[in-house]
Design a protein around this ligand. Sequence first.
Ligand SMILES: Nc1ncnc2c1ncn2[C@@H]1O[C@H](COP(=O)(O)OP(=O)(O)OP(=O)(O)O)[C@@H](O)[C@H]1O
Ligand SMILES: [Mg+2]
Length: 237
Amino acid sequence: MGERYKVEALKDISFQLKYGEMVAIMGTSGSGKSTLLNILGALDDPTTGTIELNGNYSKDMFEEPQASLYRRENIGFIFQSFHLLKDLSVEENIALPLILKEIDKKLIPKKVDDVIELMGLTEWKKHRPIQLSGGQQQRVAIGRAIITDPPIILADEPTGNLDFNTSRDILHALVETKKKFNQSILLVTHDAHVATYADRILFFHDGRIVDEYYCGAHDDLDNILTRFKVITEKQTV
Ligand SMILES: Nc1ncnc2c1ncn2[C@@H]1O[C@H](COP(=O)(O)OP(=O)(O)OP(=O)(O)O)[C@@H](O)[C@H]1O
Ligand SMILES: [Mg+2]
């Protein structure tokens, strides 16, 4: 057996995510992007460091039951691999966070129908995930992430498995809900085109934020690709 060694997945990470802001995270494979999302979602706990929400932080937020409560109140997760429950229908999957949050049962059907309509899933609401395409499944996952109007959405490669048009529809849906609910979105992507939908991009390499870019110029895509190339070239030196 080889000696176990420690991986320092994140080092000196410090940044602010503002209300209504979409921040994309791009970076080399293994640079710590998913680790960061897992920590921000209290699915994982950092060795050191804190997260402040509206200027407040709780020392034991990574311990149960606080971590679950924090997630339920604040976070909507969207994963690349959807994580839908296969035995539940579309509407049941989307309703799940409301049930976990113990929302008044009478209010649930209307909320679910609104989100299903927003996601363009009305025709499929009685279907099981296996009967849907990848893009439709991802829209179910987004519906489930936004149904409780969480202030923060954490999305790890949400369009990684999808074709160009479906990715574009999903990004538009995310931008729309962001505007509607003034949400903060942190979105990990390897795709520079996806990153152009963000307000700002943080570039990760080897556990650190090594560059930052504010979108808004007509040549965003070129700028992002250039910066990303510089970072990937660093890796091979
Ligand atoms: N559960 C784990 N146990 C030990 N090390 C881990 C674990 N998960 C990730 N790592 C390590 O932490 C580092 C960061 O991994 P992470 O998954 O955050 O990278 P990433 O930027 O999301 O990569 P990718 O783009 O490939 O998804 C890597 O060196 C990885 O090997
Ligand atoms: Mg990852």
